[in-house]
Design a protein. Structure first.
Length: 217
């Protein structure tokens, strides 16, 4: 297992492919990440939400879906498990499983324990993503609508950055510009790229306070 840490897994391909068929209960798809400039596979909406969160907040370098197949022994026999993601970040490597809390069963706990041991042997972090606060997922999704490169011919971004240093809510900063509808998109872009910040412990909206990382507000 220790040799696994020296294997270029992030350059590999998923251990199983993503399939689409009629009447399936999960929603597989491809999620584009600004951090990598590529699409990455997700087997469910929960996995797609995780990829979006990694792209936004994890200082992401690369990520591989379905990175490896683990085989391990239990009291009931030999089993296998494929973790959902391997994320390479500037803060370390993370092996990640995604499973809504209400769907976690005893067999899943065995698989998670095996994945945690594998990560420990490799010097990686391990986490199970079992759910999100609804308002956090909604806020990140809103920011992501303006995550791609965005031109600023009206030079609204400097106006928004200056206004944020003085302090104000999302709605106040937008209304302080000559073109509020366009400023709204620019402000979401600045929030996604962490040039401005807001408190995601509360639901995001026009009353959310926007702060500048270099300002005193």
């Amino acid at each position: 297992m220790r040799d696994l840490a020296r294997t270029p897994i992030a350059d590999g391909t998923p251990m199983r492919w993503f399939s689409w068929r009629r009447a399936q209960r999960h929603r597989p798809g491809l999620q584009f990440l600004v951090s990598t400039g590529r699409h990455h596979g997700a087997e469910s909406l929960e996995e797609a939400r995780l990829l979006l969160a990694l792209d936004f907040a994890a200082d992401l370098i690369d990520v591989l879906s379905q990175p490896m197949r683990l085989r391990f022994d239990t009291v009931s026999g030999r089993r296998g498990h494929i973790p959902d993601f391997l994320a390479v970040t500037r803060a370390g490597v993370w092996l990640i499983d995604v499973r809504p809390r209400t769907l976690i069963e005893a067999k899943d706990l065995e698989a998670f324990a095996a994945a945690a041991e594998a990560a420990l042997a490799c010097g990686w972090h391990y986490v199970v993503v079992a759910g999100w606060k609804d308002h956090v997922a909604a806020a990140v999704d809103a920011f992501s609508s303006q995550r791609r490169p965005l031109s600023d011919p009206l030079e609204l971004q400097p106006v928004l950055m200056a206004a944020a240093r003085e302090g104000g809510t999302f709605g106040e900063l937008v209304d302080a510009t000559p073109f509020p509808p366009l400023a709204r998109a620019q402000l979401l872009h600045l929030l996604w790229h962490r040039r401005l910040g807001t408190d995601l412990s509360q639901p995001f909206g026009d009353r959310s306070v926007v702060v500048s990382p270099t300002g005193e507000a």
